[in-house]
Design a protein around this ligand. Sequence first.
Ligand code: NAD
Length: 420
Amino acid sequence: MQKELLAHPVFAMAAEQFDSVADFLQLPDDLRERCKWPKRLISVAVPVKLDDGTTKVFYGHRVQHHLTRGPVKGGLRYHPAVDLGEVAALAMWMNWKCALMDLPYGGGKGGIACDPRNMSRGELERLTRRFTMEMLPFISPEIDVMAPDMGTNEQTMAWMTDTYSSHMGYLVPSIVTGKPLGMQGSAGRTQATGHGVAFLASNALQRLGISLTQATAIVQGFGNVGSHTAATLSSFGVKITGIADASGALWNAGGIDVVALREYVAANGVILGFPGADAIDAEEMLCMPCDILAPAALDRVIHAGNAARLRCKILAEGANGPTTPEADRIIAERGDIFVIPDILCNAGGVTVSYFEWVQNFQRFQWNEREVITKLETMMQRAFEKVTSYAERHKIGQRTAAQAIAIKTVADAKALRGLFP
Ligand code: NAD
């Protein structure tokens, strides 16, 4: 493999995390090499007829990190900055997340370099269908199951399902997850990630002896993950004092009315100007005192420049990769923040995606209560596994989560052995 193709700061971060955990686990060199580098890098040219009659060639990537424990699972994003190295890092994290949650999957991620905000619905449909066609030799419900990510949504998944099913000659709903409910999507999928973040944050509060109704939270991001995290925490009785999105940040020491804010965002698109809170500097908000800080927007927002100034008791990572390795070291030295690492904290989404895949094979639909109950059971189990491993080995929660995940994959590879 041309490893230089993966040069990207996010891949460097994932690789650094892998190396330090592999050292901790004392993984032998051959297994280390097989667990670190992706199995398949797939890049395709995707020619699309635009509305003005011209043809534009887009470039799409899919990284299948490993298939040792089952098909790869992971999102497909549409964004101008999509880069093979970043996609590979996200695939590696998906691999760990699935292993930690004990889902029968490897990790995958994909993306097309495009700007969906400047494309018509027709252009997006043609792009999606052509990309799915280019991927036909590499996907199936037993090989690679995609899902929505940044810039894609349930409509994208409906087009992918239709393209794949048209090729096969019969409906194959299990080819992707995150489908609309009317196309055999799963109840509970939309709120799954945010619900999982809030559920684990409430478990952490319990461990620290803080009651839900005495607790406060700050949430960065008010999209899918952030809004459901804030709404669920609020429904548990937690006071949400700070919320930020790309337009700015809001503060209300008495608690932000999340339901009213959702209605405001539905009407105005952004949180800026919401009358029920004051504006605050977005960077400063992250360092305000609170029980729970939930970064649920971007990667690398907790860094060497602000880690020492955080005043939260729990860091509940809704986003992927929100904390840099330097910040991690600072937080570990401080020793006063309970970290719920991303691969555990935001695993609710992939877990309910797995439920959707299972329901599609069963040709049976579970109701929302069944989905959320099963989700909470699995997240609770993973949370307890991580906290007890961390205590037993006297290591941080992130290292514990990654160590469990990487060992699960390494053990599966060792058990299967090498063919031939
Ligand atoms: P989204 O596009 O629905 O929402 C993103 C939010 O972040 C928006 O409110 C946006 O305004 C805000 N944002 C953007 N730039 C910001 C900035 N500079 N400061 C503050 N807020 C900013 O995305 P999402 O699906 O909620 O995903 C958020 C994060 O969670 C990503 O890291 C994603 O990879 C991760 N994640 C999502 C899921 C899922 O099921 N959606 C699952 C696991 C992990």
